[in-house]
Each structure stands twice: as C-alpha cells, then as structure tokens.
Design a protein around this ligand. Structure first.
Ligand SMILES: [Ca+2]
Ligand SMILES: [Ca+2]
Ligand SMILES: [Ca+2]
Ligand SMILES: [Ca+2]
Length: 423
C-alpha cells in the first residue's frame, strides 16, 4: 500500500521596495512586502498491506476483526490449547480447491472456537465467490443449490465415541484428514469436554472433497463434549451432510439445514446429546432428512440421543425425497416431528435387524409425529420396517391435512439465517 505524504514547506520572501525622490531632500521610503509560498512535496512510503487471510495453523490465541472480510485459504487447524475467537458479525470467505488444498477450519482436540454471533450479527462462513459484505446477512449471487465451493468446519473433542473400536473411549481419526495428521484425532472419555461456543453461525456453499472420496459436512462434530455451547446453527448448500455428529455428548438448539446434497442431520457412533428445534428444507439434491446410525461395529451400548421438535420439508423434485433412515442399531428418541412436502415414495426406514431390535426393546422410540401424507401413499406405508417389509407405525404418527394443521415440529426462529433472508 502506498500512502502519499504531503509535506508543507512554508517560506517567506521579503522585498525591499523603492526610493522616492522629490525636489528637496530625497525621502527614502521602505515598504516591506511579505510573500508566503507553499511548496508541496510528495513522498511515497511503502506500508505493509494489512492481511486478513487465515492460511496457516492457529498456534496462539487469536481474535478476528469483525469489520473486515477474512479469507480462509487451505486447511487450518486451531491447535491444542489455543482459542480462536470469532466476534459477532465476522464474515469468513474460503478459497476453493480439493483434497489437502481444500479450505477447511478444524478445531483440534484441546483447541477451542469462541464464535458467539447474535441474530443481528451472525458469523458467516462462505466462499470467496459469495458477494456478501460486512453488515449483510446474505449475498445476492449464490443460491442454496450452489455447493462444494470450499470445505467446511470441523470441531473435534474428547467425549466418547463408539466407532472403529466398539468398546469406545478411544480416539480415532476424523474422515478426510490423513491418518498421519495428529490434529485429526477425536474422541475420548471426557463427556463434559468443551470445544468452545458456536452460536448464530451459518456455513454456506461448502462440502468440497478434503480427502480421497471424502466430501465434507457443513459442520462436523467429532466426539464433542457437552461443555460446548451450540445454538442457532445453519448449513446451506453443502455437498455432503448439513451437520454430522460422530459420537460425543454435546447438546444443540435451533439448527436449520437447507439444500444439502446428502443428509441434513446425521448421527453416528453413539452420539448421546439432545438436539432441539431443527428445520430441514430439502432441495432436489438431498438424500435423507435424518440419517441416524447407532454405534459402529455393533457395540452393545445404550447411549441414546434425543432429537425433538423437528420439521422436515420435502421437495417434489427430489427423486428420493427420503425422510429418515435408522441404521446400525440406531439408539435414541425422535419426538414432535412434522413432515410434509412428500412424494409417494418418501419413507422412514428401520434399515436392519439391529434397528428393529432397538425399536422392539424400546431403545429406539418415536413419539408424536405428524405427517401430511401425499397422494398414492399411506401413513403406515411411510414407516417401513425393511427387514420384513411391514410398518412399524404403532400409533406414534398422525396424518394431518396440511402443515397449517400441525401441532408439533420446529419453531421458526431462523429469520437471521440465509433461509430466513430468502424466504
Ligand atoms: Ca457425512
Ligand atoms: Ca445419506
Ligand atoms: Ca450422511
Ligand atoms: Ca453418518
């Protein structure tokens, strides 16, 4: 950056005037004339340009500045023992690239993110292609079907996982981060672990591959403990899932996912927190609204999640238009759910015998579902026990005529979000 420096040099010139003559004595008159002249000199000074680029690991406590747009360039870890503070209103735009060059922000085990936005000033993570500016809630040039322009946000903690080792309480490597990178580890035995705060955070247009065949979720939680605060989170236009919880015990309130390419909310590896008030809006690209796995490798643990006050809005242009899939011994409670916008093949599946067993043992429960049943379908037919091709709808679901008649589902508290701005 060049800054022009103006130097004002003032000089003064004095002039001696004239001698007047007469017939008698000559009279000498002195007249003093002062002229001030300003000399302007331009000096060019080289000043180092301010950089608002995050392109290397965060190794000491760092606070971003919300008055500028930040660029996230490449894979960046917030290291063990380090806190990244992102003030309300901060916008981070990530560069593209795939594989190890993909832009992704990873909060490693022992690291913290303090991203406390507000409804007026959410924290927005998007692509450099997004024309959003500081002070805005949404840009104008990208929509919910623009995906994969960068990676995503990954938060890793020390709470339980029942993943590759069904016994749990071990660390394992999060998908997409190479095995030799220690900051990719997650899981442990500290369910009260804190990875910090994410409130009013919107993640947009991400989901690029960050490793071989590993598209990334908008927000990934790996073994995140319940000392962490999560509320008011949005993911828009992501290639893979919106939010995915691999084990952990963290609770989350007010989540909205719009136009994800795979599943809106995905649970795996014996996640046992509570997720309250969730709005899911499918586009043509999506897979399941909910994709809920139990502990991997058939671990015989009972660590149930709770998912409550959920609205799933299907999309007629989505060939699958799938509502929910319960797999791998899914273990938890799903209650107060409103589903509409379905097509005749939309369903909720108990995928395998392990899921049916959980259901009959009361370790997978459904309460107060209301469904606008589409033409060509029946309420019971929507709830599909795939093992024997029967229904598992035993009275927990009600058919309603329209979404307006619903008495359950999410409360729309999302005016701050991209979805809220566009609808
Ligand atoms: Ca996923
Ligand atoms: Ca899926
Ligand atoms: Ca998934
Ligand atoms: Ca999954």
């Amino acid at each position: 950056m060049k800054i022009k420096n103006f130097k004002f040099i003032a000089g003064s010139l004095s002039a001696l005037a004239f001698i007047a003559c007469s017939d008698d004595e000559p009279t000498v008159e002195y007249v003093t004339n002062t002229v001030t002249e300003t000399v302007v000199e331009t000096v060019e000074v080289e000043v180092e340009a301010p950089t608002y680029v995050i392109d290397s690991d965060i190794t000491e406590d760092t606070t971003l500045d919300a008055s500028v747009v930040w660029t996230l360039d490449g894979r960046v870890f917030v290291k063990d023992g380090v806190t990244l503070t992102i003030p309300a209103g901060t916008i981070i735009k990530a560069t593209g690239g795939t594989g190890t060059n993909a832009s992704v922000l990873v909060v490693a085990q022992g690291g913290k993110i303090e991203a406390a936005g507000t409804a007026d000033k959410p924290i927005i993570m998007t692509s450099v292609a997004d024309d959003i500016e500081v002070g805005q809630l949404a840009g104008s040039n990208l929509d919910q079907n623009v995906r994969g322009l960068w990676g995503g946000l990954i938060v890793l903690g020390k709470a339980h996982v029942h993943g590759d080792d069904p016994a749990g309480a071990v660390t394992q490597q999060i998908e997409g981060i190479p095995a030799d990178v220690a900051e990719g580890l997650y899981g442990g035995s500290d369910d009260s672990d804190s990875s910090g705060t994410l409130t009013y955070v919107s993640v947009r247009h991400g989901g690029a591959e960050i490793g071989a065949d590993n598209e990334i979720n908008g927000i990934t939680f790996g073994g995140v403990g319940n000392g962490t605060t999560l509320d008011n989170l949005e993911v828009v236009g992501n290639v893979d899932d919106g939010v995915e919880f691999f084990g952990g015990s963290v609770n989350a309130t007010n989540i909205i996912v719009w136009g994800q390419g795979d599943d809106a909310v995905d649970i795996d590896q014996a996640y046992d927190g509570t997720i309250d008030n969730v709005m899911i809006i499918q586009e043509a690209a999506g897979d399941h609204g909910l994709e809920i796995d139990g502990p991997k490798a058939g671990a015989d643990v009972n660590k149930p999640f709770t998912l409550q006050n959920v609205t799933i809005i299907g999309n007629a242009d989505n060939a699958k238009n799938a509502i929910a899939d319960f797999r791998d011994g899914a273990n938890g409670t799903v209650e107060n759910v409103l589903v509409y916008g379905l097509t005749s093949s939309s369903n909720v599946e108990l995928d395998k015998a392990a899921d049916v067993t959980r259901f009959t043992d009361g370790e997978l429960t459904f309460t107060a579902w209301e469904v606008v049943v589409p033409e060509g379908a029946t309420l019971d037919g929507i709830f599909d026990n795939k093992v024997d091709d029967t229904t598992f709808q035993n009275g927990f679901a009600t058919s309603i005529s329209s979404a307006d008649a619903a008495t359950v589902g999410a409360t729309n508290v999302f005016s701050w979000s991209y979805y809220g701005q566009k609808n």
